[in-house]
Design a protein around this ligand. Structure first.
Ligand code: J2J
Length: 553
């Protein structure tokens, strides 16, 4: 990554180090240290497979050796698109061992998104499952490769499961097999230690996360070892994690929430156990809670009523579960109030963002704060401003846009200099686009959004991205995607379209967007034909006026 990446000033960096936030340790070294301290303790569970810390560490070395043999090394970007399975964690730490940079894709992403990620990141490899949710990811990768052409950066496709045929396709199993070179001089475990821990510096970018996006296609968020480890550690401290913690990963592992807030990384850094759930249904999750003694998990709001209902059936012993985090979208207060008693747990609201800032309600907050606010920042050095339309701070209790900077909030998106000029203030605050109210206690209440994004139960959809694709439909001449309140999802998306000839129905539109290569979750829930799109005084599409045209729920 030779180009300039906006980052913290020398003075800020010095302060974050002196405060102990940034500890100068890479993720490769963190795993090595944990393995030395608690070798025999179970670190990772996926179905019947389990790895102790020593085994996870050794496995990361083995896979790292396989990656090195493919020529993957320091600074190389690798798109990881895996569903919830142990291989996500194994390959993630192996990439850290060689100093490569995982790019977290979502399982639902398709040709447009993956192609974009590979191009922007200049990725040398992708890691995918063979099939997932009745979709063949090898086929997707063949298309992405074909689009890349011979001059593209992509050299390898690592497949978890059946590799199938394709140039450069490598089975994940082959990476973890000790080949002849394993016994060659200088390539035993000892060399893994040396090259592993020297492979990156703690101030290097350790991973690239995806932004929810407000512009055409998702932006990439660089997170360093120092800042991301602090993110996970600060959350783990607020959640009082320790070696007895058993974290159930229900949400996609690629999602910042499940991975590091405190999630997988926070749990492993505290010496606990991570259990991977293959799907987010309460039946799957509760069976794992019983079997593994799960203590902590995290959910998005649409899952909450299902979990509450299933718990009420009385058929599960959820005695081990002590904290359930909910975040990613606004949790209705009523759902928050029911969840705790139904599961016999402490509820924690989480208002976070892949860009950085994480707000948590505290485990000992009074019920009213837990149920009616989205928490307060985890770090004493998180700086939060709530500002009016002119950028002037407003008093507590007044609504305004949340701006933030701090020890784990990005200062610039990756390779997006033009966007960076407007996404940040001149003094480095990230403009979140969220409208909040701050209480005197520092707790934030999320009341709305300035950004043109739809938050469908935690899944973010950038309106512009979908509108651009809608316009490729032969019958659609103008389109606006609008979020409207929805009982189940919090918000659903409605596409208002101007058409020549017959308007396509919602299914036809979904099929068209799928054909274009857009992730399925971005397809509109509803399509409404309008004669024209109303405009505001300054000539922008008046989305509020469009939303008012719909019948009230
Ligand atoms: C309202 N809106 C919320 C909440 C996020 C933890 C938790 C969530 C995310 C996440 C995350 C919200 N109430 N409780 O990365 O580590 C909306 C805001 C925010 C955007 C960020 C984590 N929690 N949001 O959701 O990067 O609009 O991260 O700016 O996907 O989700 O989205 P994302």
């Amino acid at each position: 990554m030779s180009e300039t990446q906006r980052t913290w000033s020398e003075a800020e960096s010095a302060h974050y180090r002196a405060a102990g936030h940034w500890q100068g340790v890479t993720f490769a070294a963190l795993l090595r240290e944990s393995a030395a301290v608690r070798a025999g303790h179970v670190a990772l569970v996926d179905g019947d497979r389990r790895w102790t810390y020593a085994e996870l560490d050794a496995e990361a070395d083995r896979v790292a050796r396989g990656l090195r043999e493919l020529g993957i090394g320091r600074g190389d970007r690798v798109v990881v698109q895996l569903p919830n399975c142990a291989e996500f964690v194994l390959v993630w730490f192996a990439l850290q061992r060689v100093g490569a940079v995982p790019v977290h894709a979502m399982p639902g992403h398709r040709r447009l998104e993956i192609g974009h990620l590979v191009r922007v990141a200049g990725a040398v490899a992708c890691v995918v499952p063979d099939r997932h949710a009745r979709f063949d990811h090898r086929e997707l990768m063949r298309e992405v490769r074909a689009e890349q052409g011979p001059g593209g950066s992509l050299r390898h496709v690592v497949v978890v499961g059946e590799p199938g045929t394709g140039e450069g396709f490598v089975p994940f199993e082959a990476l973890r097999t000790d080949t002849s070179s394993a016994s060659a001089p200088g390539s035993g475990p000892a060399s893994g230690v040396a090259s592993g821990e020297d492979a990156a510096d703690a101030s290097d970018v350790a991973l690239l996360l995806l932004s929810g996006g407000t512009t055409g296609l998702p932006k990439l968020i660089p997170r360093t070892h120092d800042d991301y480890a602090y993110n996970a550690r600060a959350c783990a401290e607020v959640c009082a994690l320790d070696a007895r913690t058993v974290y159930l990963a229900v949400l996609p592992l690629g999602f910042n929430f499940a991975f590091a807030c405190p999630g997988v990384l926070g749990t492993l850094m505290a010496g606990g156990t991570v259990v991977v759930a293959p799907d987010p249904s309460p039946q799957t999750a509760f069976a794992l809670v019983e079997r593994e003694g799960v203590t902590l998990t995290s959910l998005t709001p649409p899952l909450v009523p299902h979990w509450t209902d299933e718990a009420a059936s009385g058929s599960w012993d959820l005695g081990s579960l002590s904290v359930v985090q909910v975040g990613g979208a606004r949790l209705p207060e009523d759902h928050a109030r029911k969840l705790g008693p139904a599961l016999g747990v402490t509820v924690q609201q989480v208002f976070g963002m892949a860009e950085g800032l994480i707000n948590l309600t505290r485990l000992d907050d009074p019920e009213d704060l837990v149920c009616a606010t989205q928490g307060r920042p985890v770090s004493p050095d998180d700086e939060v401003l709530v500002v009016d339309a002119d950028g002037r701070p407003v008093p507590d209790g007044t609504e305004g846009e949340l701006l933030t900077r701090g020890p784990y909030t990005l200062r610039g998106y990756y390779r997006a200099e033009e966007h960076n000029r407007t996404a940040f203030t001149p003094d480095g605050y990230y403009r979140s686009g969220d409208v909040v109210r701050r209480l005197p206690s520092g707790h934030l209440v999320v009341v709305g959004r300035l950004k043109d994004q739809i938050n469908r139960g935690g899944e973010k959809v950038a309106a512009v991205e979908v509108e651009e694709q809608l316009l490729t439909h032969p019958a659609i001449t103008a389109a606006a995607l609008v979020g409207v309140p929805d009982e189940r999802w919090g918000e659903r998306s409605v596409a208002f379209v101007v058409c020549t000839g017959a308007a396509p129905g919602v299914r036809a539109v979904a099929a068209h967007l799928k054909e274009r290569g857009l992730a399925g979750y971005k397809a509109p829930d509803e399509v409404v034909r309008v004669p024209r799109l109303p405009l505001t005084a300054v000539g922008k599409v008046d989305k509020a006026a469009l939303a008012r045209q719909l019948p009230r729920p």
